[in-house]
Design a protein around this ligand. Structure first.
Ligand code: FAD
Length: 324
């Protein structure tokens, strides 16, 4: 939460100067079973104890009043208006522009340069060498193989995640929040004049790759009303979407880079001169600013290893669940 809060404060401020596509349209978690509803109540209590005091708990009737597209089977919902989304590509490009740094695009790091004492002092690329004061591995899913080139084993696994993009969808209210079924994790939000939809069920680890393949099963799992995680389970208009003859969609895929405790690896490693900023476990947009700031503080000695809960060599307790 600390990483995300710092990032959101930054996004809100940055958005005043450049358009990041930032929208605070809220996250709405909806339960369709009594058991799910009880778990949501417990979660809101826990969130309040963590200092997140602006999460509203709505019963089914209140939820349908506020969000009329919800189905009759909704038992309760928790809603936080302050949540939202932005366009990550714009964020990356605007951060790059604001940094004033020089970037070398389309150049692949293939190794590390070391001095006589074994300290990393630069990288070797497919086009030459680049020397640097401190080398930071921030290669997302490919961070693990890259670190291995320096003889460093990082505790990372990669898992494929897909996104369904539907460009035009008149049924979707443009001001709707991110709407998530608590029981299944299936969710959607307005995007342009259509929607993006995702599902993040446990999936097997796969080797890290640059080009991640998509699978049509993913789209049908969300769209087909008979699926056990269909979007139509709590939002009836998705049945109309499925039967529409106009429906156009495509898929995008990437990989989550998980650490065992689902928290990133930030700061210097055991190899002198080599640091990491990776392992965001699916939260690398919302945690990007707070995480990167800590990585830099750790590299420059402003954050001591003992005070850095994200230091790469920390003892980790395994956590098997996803938090959206
Ligand atoms: C479908 C999907 C949905 C997601 N939704 C969310 C969300 O809602 N909120 C959220 O916070 N996060 C979300 N994420 C996770 C988020 O996208 C990642 O956590 C984030 O992009 C990680 O950023 P990064 O900079 O660490 O890595 P990346 O964005 O992967 O960037 C790494 C870069 O390193 C480059 N690279 C790799 N190897 C080399 C090399 N050898 N030499 C040179 N360059 C190299 C790559 O080309 C890439 O450009 C989602 C991810 C997926 C796949």
């Amino acid at each position: 939460m600390a990483l995300v809060r710092e990032s959101i404060d930054f996004f809100d401020d940055f958005q005043k100067r450049v358009d990041l596509g930032l929208r605070h349209q809220g996250y709405l978690f909806v339960a369709s079973s009594e058991e799910g509803a009880r778990a949501q109540v417990a979660l809101v209590e826990a969130q309040r104890s963590w200092g997140l005091t602006d999460v509203e708990l709505l019963d089914g009737r209140e939820a349908r009043q506020r969000f009329p597209y919800l189905g009759k089977n909704v038992v309760n919902a928790r809603y936080r208006q302050g949540d939202g989304w932005l366009e990550p590509r714009r964020l990356a490009l605007e951060l790059a522009r604001a940094s004033g740094s020089r970037f070398r695009l389309g150049e692949t790091v293939t190794g590390f340069e070391r001095d006589d004492d074994g300290m990393v002092v630069g990288v070797i690329t497919d086009r030459g060498k680049i020397r640097g004061g401190e080398v930071v591995i921030a290669a997302g899913p490919l961070s693990g193989p890259l670190a291995m080139l320096a003889g460093l084993e990082l505790p990372l696994t990669t898992v494929r995640r897909q996104k369904l993009v539907i460009p035009d969808l008149p049924q979707v209210p443009p001001d709707a929040p991110m709407t998530i079924e608590f029981e299944t994790g299936a969710h959607w939000r307005p995007a342009g004049s259509g929607a993006h939809a995702l599902w993040t069920a446990p999936a097997p680890a796969e080797p890290p790759v640059e080009e991640v393949p998509t699978s049509a099963d993913f789209a049908f799992g969300l769209l087909d009303p008979s699926s056990d995680h269909a979007l139509a389970r709590i939002v009836p208009f998705w049945k109309d979407v499925w039967s529409s003859s106009q429906l156009r969609w495509w898929l995008q895929a990437g990989q989550y880079t998980y650490t065992p405790d689902r928290r990133p690896l930030l700061g210097p490693t055991e190899i002198p001169g080599l640091a990491v900023n990776t392992g965001y476990s699916g939260h690398g947009i919302m945690g990007s600013i707070g995480g990167s700031r800590r990585a830099l503080d750790a590299i420059y000695g402003r954050l001591k290893p003992a005070d850095n809960p994200f230091r790469p060599d920390r003892p980790m307790q395994s956590r098997d669940f996803d938090i959206l």
